[in-house]
Design a protein around this ligand. Structure first.
Ligand code: C2E
Ligand code: MG
Ligand code: MG
Ligand code: MG
Length: 276
């Protein structure tokens, strides 16, 4: 009996695993074709100066609409990274984001920053810097409105990362550290690079109301960013008015469902630029 049950469990497990691997394979295959099939889109999420309620920027977030249904970036981005498909996809994001910034610039909207995400794999691509440089020079955009978001983990090899960051900064591109406070945050990064934007991870605000200790941590992290000259602080994942209340006395920018979810460019333009 036990043997039989064991066998069944084993079978169940392999079927499960089989299913997971098949989905992963399907996603990977789909990712390689996503660009030519025109299945990718950039959505934009507003970034609002909390004190004034003014829109100061947007973050471009990748969306993929394959024929087989809904899939979130947290599922497909890691597979794109692992397979290498992120190199092509990341280049698509770069071009699309820069083109959008150019369009807004031409429409007279020149005071809005546009941020996009890059992954570690792109950052170690020896052609990454050249790709950025080429897109910028072919579009002739105002680089001070363009921001590149990198995460702490991408700084693990700080020496090689520093080189690219310095080059990007020379082009006038802004650098944001994303998800700060989520991983092995190191203040060392802040000593080494003049970060333009410090994006504090959602978990920090989520936990703030749970204890005084967590509230102190929120305050301390915000102060680190606001004390640095020329560094802006963005609080990610703001969902409630209680959270807004906590942040009112700080000089921070908010990004989260409270202000708006990532949306199509037409929606953003309607809501924030008063376009019909
Ligand atoms: P991220 O860069 O930290 O982006 C913020 C994520 O938090 C987004 O998820 C956004 O939709 C979500 N978010 C924003 N406000 C709230 C909120 O109030 N509540 C909750 N629960 N979530 C909120 P999304 O779009 O699913 O993207 C997930 C991650 O995938 C991103 O995290 C980023 O690391 C990665 N990603 C997205 N687009 C790109 C891209 O174009 N290139 C690369 N390399 N990575 C990307
Ligand atoms: Mg981001
Ligand atoms: Mg983040
Ligand atoms: Mg500052």
């Amino acid at each position: 009996e036990a043997k039989k049950k064991g066998k069944n469990t084993y079978q169940f497990f392999t079927e499960d695993l089989d299913c997971i691997l098949k989905r992963k394979q399907q996603i990977e295959n789909g990712l390689w074709k996503a660009i030519e099939r025109q299945e990718l889109q950039l959505y934009y999420q507003p970034q609002i100066e909390i004190k004034s309620g003014k829109l100061v920027g947007v973050e471009a977030l990748l969306r993929w609409f394959p024929s087989f249904g809904n899939i979130s970036p947290s599922e497909f981005i890691p597979i794109a990274e692992e397979s290498g498909a992120i190199i092509g996809i990341g280049e698509w994001v770069l071009k699309k984001a820069c083109k959008q910034l150019k369009d807004w610039e031409e429409a007279g909207i020149t005071n809005i920053k546009l941020a996009f995400n890059v992954s570690a794999r792109q950052f170690t691509d020896p052609y990454f810097f050249e790709k950025v440089k080429n897109v910028l020079s072919s579009l002739q955009i105002n680089t001070c409105n363009l921001e590149i978001e990198i995460t702490e983990t991408m700084m693990l090899d700080i020496k090689s990362a520093m080189g690219i960051i310095e080059q990007l900064k020379k082009l006038g591109v802004r650098i944001a550290i994303d998800d700060f406070g989520a991983g092995y945050s190191s203040l060392n990064i802040l000593k080494r690079i003049e970060i333009d934007t410090l994006k504090i991870d959602k978990s920090i605000i989520d936990d703030a109301l749970k204890s005084n200790r967590n509230m102190s941590i929120l305050t301390a992290i915000i102060n680190v960013g606001t004390c640095l000259d020329n560094t802006k602080v963005i609080m990610e994942g703001i969902e409630t008015s209680e959270q807004i209340k906590l942040l009112r006395d700080f000089n921070v920018i908010g990004q989260g469902y409270y202000y708006g979810k990532p949306e199509k460019v037409t929606e953003i333009e309607k809501k924030w630029f008063g376009k019909p």
